[in-house]
Design a protein around this ligand. Structure first.
Ligand SMILES: Cc1cc2nc3c(=O)[nH]c(=O)nc-3n(C[C@H](O)[C@H](O)[C@H](O)COP(=O)(O)OP(=O)(O)OC[C@H]3O[C@@H](n4cnc5c(N)ncnc54)[C@H](O)[C@@H]3O)c2cc1C
Length: 475
């Protein structure tokens, strides 16, 4: 039986592990931390006011059919293990001029928004089969009769305008424009630098919805680890790997950050040095707050926009410092019906500001910048309102997840190369060495890393065929 070693129990590593286990390979998975999940773990804390729980990374997911497909591949049902509930509105957007917009059904049905989505639908129709669901080496296999009708959308991929410039063609309203510009940050990029191709991101959110697992996002990796174990995968926690070539397996899959892997866990190479030439996707400055109050004006997911959006991205990507006037994201899962994530009368705030991927990052005094900015929206928190406050930034992401310079997604998608040709899934010089997860193809975010695990498992099956396995049709 072919032996496979997977490094990292992030969602991408677990997706690959469960599939390869099901295919009949002998899979060992090594994770440096004591629990599965990588960036998608949770934190619990007891305080004098009671117990709080926070999602440490993702706070919603889209494209649930991709998770369903993974369970179906293993002949199980996602619904039996991870009940998902819709998040509606997916987000509430706030401005200091008092404007509040909810991202709900009526939001997506506005004429200007519909026109935008109609455009982006073509991008999705072409890129989903050719790019999202295959390794770049096999894109041509998507060329079939059903693709012919979508070929007319190909010139849209050649549009070299920035997302921000492109969005201006569709939106005169400055608030709508800012909402659509912000979708660039879903992969850690700047709307003023990333390509218009990423109009695909709001299309995906509008079409497939926003979802939240009962009990928190950490239920996803927790259940995927159990699913992998049911396929015979052996999980080894508290086990950090320092040399990918020293693993005792003919097939090795690295789910750790691929930039870090090329700098630290493989011999230095031209490829590794080249990787450092590109902009890194942003990191985050995060505060987990136990709040002894409830705020009716806030939803589960909230964005409090900066009045100086371009300057915010200049601070992050050019000056490489925390933004002077940040856009603030607040997720409060305790607002969900039946939630036990905060004691009665309290809320569990996950506050995030986009931050530069650079270490060490000077965060001294930044809590005050965030609290001062919140008060400009009329959201006042005094010391007596706060049961606990933990803050994290790039240095913590680097230490906890081996994320290069604390970047959440590896490269930013600021050029055609970094958007479409991410660090490869397969090492050119080391046979049998593959990569999976948010820093490689097809990109970051829960659905894409699930796909990354799927794609890499199919590459392994193709390159090292397993005689006992007959692929099942996907759902
Ligand atoms: C703050 C934040 C908010 C986010 N919000 C969203 C969101 O709302 N929706 C969404 O879909 N996505 C979101 N994301 C992105 C999403 O969380 C990630 O893209 C995804 O979870 C990454 O999965 P991965 O498979 O790449 O692995 P990672 O989560 O990066 O995990 C890699 C694993 O490898 C382990 N590892 C690394 N090096 C080694 C080693 N040498 N030996 C052993 N183990 C090792 C690490 O400990 C880790 O467990 C967010 C991310 C963050 C950080």
């Amino acid at each position: 039986m072919q032996r496979i070693a997977i490094v990292g129990a992030g969602i991408g590593g677990l997706s690959a592990a469960a599939r390869l286990g099901k295919m009949g390979y002998a899979v060992d998975l090594y994770e440096k931390n004591p629990v599965p999940g990588g960036k998608a773990v949770e934190h619990r804390q007891s305080t004098s006011s009671g117990s709080f729980r926070w999602d440490c990374g993702p706070s919603l997911m889209t494209m649930p059919h991709i998770l369903q497909d993974l369970f179906a591949f293993c002949e199980e049902r996602m619904e039996d293990h991870i009940p998902l509930t819709p998040v509606d509105p997916a987000c509430r957007y706030h401005w200091t001029d008092g404007t509040v917009i909810d991202e709900d059904r009526s939001f997506w049905n506005q004429p200007a928004v519909r026109k935008y989505l109609d455009y982006a639908e073509g991008l999705y129709a072409l890129s989903a089969p050719a790019f999202l669901q295959r390794p770049p080496r096999d894109w041509w296999k998507a060329l079939g009769a059903e693709m012919i009708e979508h070929i007319k959308h190909l010139p849209k991929f050649m549009n070299m305008q920035s997302m921000a410039t492109f969005n201006q063609k569709f939106f005169n309203d400055k608030h709508l424009l800012q909402i659509f510009d912000r979708f660039a940050t879903y992969n850690g990029s700047s709307p003023f630098k990333t390509l218009s191709t990423f109009a695909i991101i709001p299309y995906v959110e509008a079409s497939f919805g926003a979802w939240y697992p009962e009990g928190g996002i950490a239920r996803i990796p927790e259940q995927l680890a159990l699913l992998a174990e049911r396929q015979g995968v052996r999980l080894h926690y508290n086990h950090e790997i320092h040399d990918l070539n020293a693993l005792d397996a003919s097939i090795r899959i690295c789910n750790g950050d691929s930039i870090t892997a090329h700098q630290r866990w493989l011999p230095q190479s031209h490829e590794g040095r080249n990787m450092l030439r590109h902009d890194l996707a942003c990191s985050g400055y995060i505060m987990q707050l136990g709040v002894r109050k409830q705020f009716r004006e806030l939803e589960h997911h909230n964005i409090l926009f900066s009045d100086h959006y371009r300057e915010e991205f200049d601070d992050i990507f050019v000056k490489k410092k925390l933004p002077r006037e940040p856009t603030i994201y607040i997720a409060i899962s305790s607002k969900r019906p039946g939630s036990t994530d905060a004691p009665d009368g309290c809320e569990n705030w996950f506050v995030m500001v986009n931050a530069p991927a650079t270490t060490p990052l000077d965060c001294k005094g930044y809590e005050k910048v965030v609290f001062d900015r919140l008060s400009e929206f009329g959201i006042k928190l005094e010391a007596k309102d706060i049961a606990c406050c933990n803050s994290f930034s790039a240095d913590d992401f680097e230490r906890q997840h081996n994320a290069w310079k604390g970047s959440l997604y590896g490269w930013a998608s600021h050029t055609m190369q970094t958007a479409l040709f991410r660090p490869p899934l397969q090492h050119r010089q080391h046979p049998g060495l593959y990569f999976t997860g948010g820093t490689t193809h097809p990109g970051g975010g829960i659905p894409l890393v699930l796909l990354s695990g799927k794609i890499v498992s199919e590459m392994v099956l193709q390159d090292f065929p397993h005689t006992r396995f007959t692929p099942m049709p996907a759902v």
